[in-house]
Structures are given as C-alpha cells and as structure tokens.
Design a protein around this ligand. Sequence first.
Ligand code: S3P
Length: 447
Amino acid sequence: MSAHGTPIPMQSLAAGPLTGTADVPGDKSISHRSLILGARSIGETRSSGLLEGQDVLDTAKAMRAFGAEVEKRGDTWHVNGVGVGGFAEPEQVIDCGNSGTGVRLIMGAMATTPITATFTGDASLNKRPMARVTDPLALFGAQAVGREGGRLPMTIVGARDPLPVRYATPVPSAQVKSAVLLAGLNAPGETVVIEREATRDHSERMLTGFGATVVTEETEEGRVITLTGQPELKPQVIVVPRDPSSAAFPVCAALITEGSDVLVPNIGLNPTRAGLFFTLQEMGADLTFENPREEGGEPVADLRARFSPDLKGIEVPAERAASMIDEYPVLSVVASFAEGKTHMPGVKELRVKESDRIDAMATGLRANGVEVDEGEDWWTVHGRGHGNVPGGAETASHLDHRIAMSFLVMGLATTDPVRVDDGGPIATSFPIFEPLMSGLGAVIERL
Ligand code: S3P
C-alpha cells in the first residue's frame, strides 16, 4: 500500500531489451544497523549511501524516540548517539511499519536498559512472530507482553540488572542473532550467540568497526560469536554498500529479457548474502563479477547480467538458503523461464517473512501458467523455458515488497502482462524501483 493506505495496482509488459547501468539503493540491513549503532555510540556517526526506504526511515524515527539526534544534511545522515546504555524511554508507541529487521533489532537494543517501550507495525508486521526475539531477551531479564502468539503490538520492559546470555538460535535468523548481540552490548561480561548455519554477519562486522570486541569461531556446534559487553562505541563514518537483494531484481530481469545487458555497480557481495548470484551462475546465467574490491569492510563488485536464453533448473543446496533467503521469490521467477525443475529445499523461514513467500509466489506463478509443488519447507518450480511462460494474470503482493517486484520482473518476459494488485510496498526497500527499471527499458505501468 502507499503511505496513505491506497493500493497501487501495477503491471509489467514484455518489451526490452534492458540495457544500461542500474544504480540500486543502499543495503537495507546495513542501513538499519548504522542508525542503531550510531544511536548507541557517543558522538556523531555519519552514513552516506543510506537506503531511504520506508523501513529505514521508520528506524531513524525510532532512534529519535529513544533519544538520539538523527538528521539528514546534504546526502549524509548524522546520528548523535547516547551510548550503549543511554536510551531514553520513548513517549509514544514505536511504529516500525513493515520492518521485521527494524522492530527485532530495536527490541534487542533497548532490552537491557531499564525503560519500557511499546512496538507496533503494519498489518504484515503485526502477523509476524516475535517470540524468537523475546525468548532470548527474557534471558537477559527483559519482559515482553504482546498479543496472542507473540505478535505485535508488544511492550518490552528492559532489564534493570541485565545478565549476559549464551544462546543457540533455534532458527537461522540474523535478526535474532543481532537482537541478542545488541542486547548484550549493555550486559556485563560476555554474551555468546551460537548459530548452526551462518547468517548475514553485518552486525558482527559493524560492531567491530564501532570498537566492540566480537570474536567469531567456527566450531562443531556451528558459528560461535562472543561479544564483550559494555564497551564504549566510537562513532564511525559509514559508506553503505548497495543492496545485493535489490540488485537481484534488475539482474534477474536482464537474464530473462531478450537482448539485455545490464551493469549493476558497487554491489555488496558479503558471502553471507551472495548466494543468489552463485545459484544463477549454476543455472547457466551470463552473470559476471567485475572489478572486485573491498569497501567499508564489505566485499563489493560490479555485476554484469546479460540475457541468458539457456537457463537450466537446478537443485539449490539447502545450506545456501540463509545466504539468499530474501532472493527466493525472484529466483522462482527466473526458474520459471529455465528448462526443467528448480528444487528449493530448507526454506521454512520463507513462510514467516513479510508474507508467506512460498504461498504468495506459488499462487501467483500458477495463475500465470507455471507449475509449482510445495511442502512446508521446500518448493519446486517447473520451468517452461524462455518464450514459453504465458503470464496474463493478476497477483497479490500481500504487503510484501519482494513479492510485488518479483511479479513485475516476471511480466517483462511473459507472453501477456503480469499484474500486481498493490505495488505500494516496494517503497519499503526500493523506492526508485520504477524509474530505475524504466530507465533500463522496462515497461512497468501504474493502472
Ligand atoms: C535481515 C535478516 C533476514 C532477512 C531480512 C533482513 C537482517 O531475516 O530476511 O530481510 O537485516 O538481519 P531473518 O533474520 O528473519 O532471517
């Protein structure tokens, strides 16, 4: 939905080729973290390249409510922080909009300070599970009271005398890991998170950059991350790399649209995020990494994607799921244009994202002529091959930006247009999606 709640129906049409350069916005995960860690350091953190999507703007607003000064001057965001234990009690309810990352990380960040805060979100966020975060926060001494099933709105009473925590995450989730680490910042001693599967490590990298001591060890139990509590975080100058999860859309669009050749410069290629690109290469995509380099502690490269008429369906390894968890919707679109089946196991987490992404994509793909099988934690797309995907149906975005963008990418290469009931949620993560795609030659229309 738009900010006013009015749906924005859209459709995309076969046109192309897509050509030129796609300058996608800053990384959403890193943008949230730069505001939250900036707010918990003493002094002024400056971030450039920050994603100005609604999710991140909601986190900026929340940081103000907890007492930090957050202001954009020119192209730079300035955050004057209050220290690891310096959050003030907000006067109003904190509305995190559509953002699971925002609400879960902020709950962690306030849980070890003796203040009370109430959180809410939109209809999508208020359906999502929060116990995965409030369970470990209770071990620090924080209390949570929410709706049935651990849903928002929810009030967190921060611990007065927090204890350090040792916690093995029961689901592969960087949000859970980060919430525990952000809570551990204001607990004495060492807070330890153990994750069986490596999830995105932006929090660990950025905490280290801000001067905290974070040690990561690979053990038989999995990845063991140890944070030493109560450091003084030092403000940083952060250049946010561009978002690989946003890059996925023009990249996948180029692969399926005849004659395309698109350059997507400066993309963060942290190995805990880049699984989609290796998967596409295994499918036979003409996708290359040019000019690999390191920026701001994160590996980056320029991606070049060209039309790839001979894509093949593959088995996507379950152990790769965490490194491409947000990219399965658009991968399923590419898989529709491949020859043969693409099987995607180990993806139960897709059912608790902004929407149930297996259900949302399977329903829309079927409506547009693609066969899909699904189980609780897997799905299989039966590819029809290039030039053979009918399209022609309306799909529901379920307040989920990535579902909306995936179906708009699909319609660029189907025989008939693909419609999306509401493209409004795209603004949460990729506010320039429409002009950027149109600039490459895509035909995406508001209805
Ligand atoms: C994110 C972690 C992932 C991802 C989300 C961003 C983060 O969620 O889906 O878009 O910034 O930590 P989970 O932690 O639920 O896997």
